[in-house]
Design a protein around this ligand. Sequence first.
Ligand code: FES
Ligand SMILES: [Fe+2]
Length: 376
Amino acid sequence: MSPSLQSIMGAGALAAFEAPGPVPSGLPAAAYTSDAFFALENERIFTACWVLAGFAHELPRSGDAVPASVAGRPVLLLRDKDGEVRAFHNVCRHRCLKLVDRPGNVGRVLRCPYHSWTYGLDGALRAAPWFGGRDPRLSPPGFDRRSHGLAPVRSAVWHDWIFVNLDGTAPPFEDFVAPLARRVAGLDLMRMHHLVTLDFGEVAANWKLLIENFIEPYHVQFVHATTADQPLPDHYTVNEPGCLGCAIDVSRKAGKEDVLSGDSRFLTLFPNFVFGLYLPDQVGVHLDTPLSPGRTLQRRAIYSLAPEAPPTGRVERLAELWRAVHREDHAMCERLQQGRASDVAIAGGALSPVWEDAVRGFQELVVSRLRQSEPK
Ligand code: FES
Ligand SMILES: [Fe+2]
């Protein structure tokens, strides 16, 4: 049985986090450093929620296959012959080899490299050669191919974003996405097209620190002093059921070129969908993949809503700006992670009730999801 939330975090630290007060504490350090806490998150959050797993534009053709990692499990995203994106457990049903280990096109069937078991793009097992003996077509008595197809994973695609729910218990996808969809209802996301993806590789920080950093505006004026021109007083936070984040409506005309300076929305769906809207016509989505308590993979896909093609050099300048912004954020998130090795961090620090209430909302969601599944 997994250890209890209380035993991992320490009864005192958990009680202090949950104690009401005018200035709330943050999550105790163990939530960011403990292997046991990370394992609980995988069991109770990343298997049970809708989780962003990939980008549909990276599988444009039938047979395109992209491996993903969700809750530490290998997952396969596959474009079938009818053009639909499907998700499966990325595991051969023979000896459980990880089937696809890099993005590519598998053609009309997916063949395991070990003993050549072969699957259709619908996941059905088409052939298990020589499995029953010296005749390649022979199956052992009692072996039913129909029950040895790839194991499907519940999935949904919203615009370019592929979500999966490993245990099948998450609410209907439309309900999950509705709070964010409502907030961007005035935009024609159907017009959106992909410009560029930035791959940051591994960031030496817990996945929650990357999300928390995205949904508080407090640091922007200090950390992004040269890459952003978004004064703190123009910001407000978004802390509603199902959608956490912050936003800015700038009260004056932007003064600087090629810095973040317009009206923006920084919104998340729990646990890992991170959506940035930079009005009038830019969208950025992060794919954060937790690897361990202190390591997270991060990529950022950038899209345009403008009908016309971007002018020459614009995409490269945008990419450069976003690389700089992420570098600034990563430097802080990595130091937040390092700070959590200190005994001082056991108490979780303090959160601004004005600017970090969405951070607090996010942390409460983490704790409540972990508690919900606690054995009584
Ligand atoms: S493990 Fe896949 S065919 Fe043997
Ligand atoms: Fe930032």
